[in-house]
Write a protein that binds this ligand. Structure first.
Ligand code: PEP
Length: 253
């Protein structure tokens, strides 16, 4: 039985000075679900220290939204896995569609970043998902297959212990359009089948696959009831503690 994982993706929102209040509000609103659901807030890198501090003694764990694959060096503007770990982060989102769309992230850099994160001891939340054009052109399976196989190239079975996949249809992110539970389940089953192909069924059964794309308290229960939907990656609804807690309550059912 896979434990559900609900992770907030704060994106480029929430100031360092606002971080403590939001993390504490999330911890308070979700305290009844501590231990039942993995609760994560992935914050801008500059918010991580304040978030880690605010989450001390609670069930909330903190992650970042990106990391570089090199340990250190002349990579202006980048954040290393060692920096995130030193600040107390446990998770990192890799390959979010906004990074693929606006910052030149490729399946190859997703692979480099996520392998570095896992090797360092972080849990990598690796995002995959198709655009509307790709779906309408009948390329859904091809896109997911490519993102999974290139993104997870050279992964070992042991690496999968620190791997979470987030299926995020690009057309559902921040748009208010949610994939129906059946549409989402169909792709989650495909992702699970690719994991079986890559790592064998025993390992594939342990990897958690989150759904992301306009998940909110009103639609979370239906999505999370599906066999292969093991949690959510939450954008907009992660910025309000009561909305985020509503999703976590649904995951605890
Ligand atoms: C996301 O950014 O990962 C996301 C799912 O955003 P939203 O929940 O706002 O659609």
């Amino acid at each position: 039985m896979r434990k559900k994982i609900i992770a907030g993706n704060w994106k480029m929102n929430i100031l360092p000075s606002e971080t403590e209040a939001l993390v504490k509000a999330v911890a308070e609103a979700t305290k009844d679900y501590a231990g039942k659901v993995d609760i994560v807030c992935c914050t801008p890198a500059i918010d991580v220290p304040a978030a880690v501090n605010a989450a001390k003694g609670t069930a909330v764990e903190i992650g970042a939204e990106n990391c570089h694959w090199k340990a250190s060096g002349a990579y202006t503007g980048e954040i290393s896995t060692g920096m995130l770990l030193d600040a107390g982060a446990k998770y990192v989102i890799i390959g979010h569609s906004e990074r693929r769309q606006y910052f030149g992230e490729t399946d190859e850099t997703v692979n480099l970043r996520s392998r570095a994160a896992i090797a360092a001891g972080l849990t990598a939340i690796v995002c995959v998902g198709e655009t509307l054009e790709e779906r309408e052109a009948g390329k859904l399976n091809e896109v997911i297959d490519r993102q999974m196989k290139l993104g997870l190239k050279d992964y070992t079975v042991a690496d999968c212990e620190k791997l979470v996949i987030a299926y995020e249809p690009v057309w559902a992110i921040g748009t208010g359009k949610t994939a129906t539970p059946d549409q989402a389940q169909e792709v989650h089953a495909l992702i699970r089948a690719i994991l079986v192909e890559l790592f064998g069924s025993e390992t594939a059964e342990t990897v958690r696959i989150q759904y992301g794309g306009s998940m909110k308290p009103s639609n979370a229960a239906e999505l999370l009831a599906k066999k292969d939907i093991d949690g959510g990656l939450i954008g907009g609804a992660a910025l309000k503690a009561e909305d985020f807690a509503g999703i976590i309550a649904a995951a605890a059912q």
